[in-house]
Design a protein around this ligand. Structure first.
Ligand code: HXC
Length: 317
């Protein structure tokens, strides 16, 4: 579906997206890229990261597609070899190269992948630093990495419970904490005139009531929402950083759906879902664009429910 937003609405912004190579995270990465952002993806699986990045590198603002190679680096090299034909002083050539490199980066959005597990503080630190080194700034952090499986509370071990909290809740906090010095107003890589960056934490609606066989995820997502609100208060006040959440309902074609709710939900959607259908990853990505763009500049500490109204509903009698 065509985006309702202008293609360049995120131009010049750099986003780091955990879980950005698959499912909802990948759609957010893709749509951010299509709307002009440069994106860094963090994930645990090298192969998945590689293929996600190569898809993203083929995206650029349509008007420039016909003018440049897809990769900014290739474009840069193309120009560079052109200038090499003239015998200019090396300092001048270096200056021109630097200007061209930054220009190519500005014109074309870029994607890069960094392997890492949000449960490991050293990975979180390394990936955030690498993103900054690569792009020179960080404007947006999206915490989309998550873990899940269906299990009754009785059969869940404390370690199973802890594992999901470690990924979803502690992982989200760790990433926010590592990114703070780059996101805050006046922080590293931010000019004094630009404000703070923004954070989006992906949660769920499971914990609004109770959910069968998902005690661990419900607890984890409740903690994510609490983290969103608390950081919005503290970091909004102190650092001009907006922190918001998105709570998706059942979204088709995601690892979550195939793992948690096999075909059954899709086929019965019409019976009990207010809008008679599952959501799409696109719906979540558009919400993310809205929140991180200037359209959402006065939204802070909110958790936008994107489930077509499902959380309000009860089965028909
Ligand atoms: C019971 C289980 C289990 C299962 C793991 N465990 N799977 N217990 N039933 N099906 C327990 C293990 O026994 C172990 O406890 C502990 O959890 C850690 O398991 P590991 O396999 O060592 O963990 P790990 O390899 O790190 O894998 C993490 C994972 C895995 C969460 C278990 O599923 C994963 O990596 N998932 C990432 C991808 C994913 O789940 N995506 C879907 C997100 S969907 P013991 O006691 O034995 O040591 C989503 C949507 C939420 O988040 C909203 C829905 C609407």
């Amino acid at each position: 579906m065509e985006s309702p937003f202008k293609a360049g609405i995120l131009k010049g912004k750099v986003a780091l997206i955990t879980g950005g190579a698959s499912g909802i995270g990948f759609e957010i990465s893709t749509q951010f890229g299509k709307h002009g952002a440069s994106v860094a993806l963090m994930g645990r699986r090298t192969q998945v990261l590689h293929s996600a990045v190569s898809v993203l590198q083929s995206l650029s603002i349509p008007v420039f597609n016909s003018l440049f190679f897809f990769s900014p680096m290739a474009t840069f090299l193309q120009f560079n070899s052109l200038f090499a034909q003239f015998s200019l002083p090396s300092t001048l050539t270096n200056h021109i190269s630097a200007i061209l490199f930054n220009l190519c980066r500005f014109i074309q959005n870029e994607a890069v992948g960094f392997e890492g597990d949000v449960r490991k503080p050293e990975d979180a630190e390394r990936v955030v630093e690498s993103t900054f080194k690569y792009f020179g700034r960080i404007d947006i952090l999206v915490n989309a990495a998550a873990g899940n499986f269906l299990v009754s509370a009785e059969d869940l071990s404390p370690n199973g419970f802890r594992t999901v909290l470690d990924i979803d809740s502690v992982g989200t906090f760790t990433m926010c904490r590592e990114a703070l010095k780059y996101l805050k107003k006046g922080g590293e890589g931010r000019s004094s005139s630009s404000g703070g960056g923004s954070i989006i934490n992906i949660s769920a609606t499971l914990h609004y009531t109770a959910s069968w066989y998902q005690i661990h995820v419900s607890a984890a997502k409740a903690a994510v929402d609490a983290t969103t609100r608390n950081l919005a208060l503290e970091w909004g006040t102190d650092y001009d950083i907006r922190v918001n959440g998105i709570a998706p309902g059942p979204i088709s074609d995601t690892p979550g759906m195939s793992k948690l709710a096999p075909d059954e939900i899709s086929s019965k959607a019409r019976d009990y879902m207010p809008l008679y259908k599952l959501g799409e990853k696109w719906d979540i990505a558009m919400t993310a664009i809205f929140l991180v763009s200037d359209a959402g500049k006065f939204i802070n500490g909110d958790i936008l429910i994107v489930d077509g109204g499902l959380w309000l509903s009860r089965p028909r009698h």
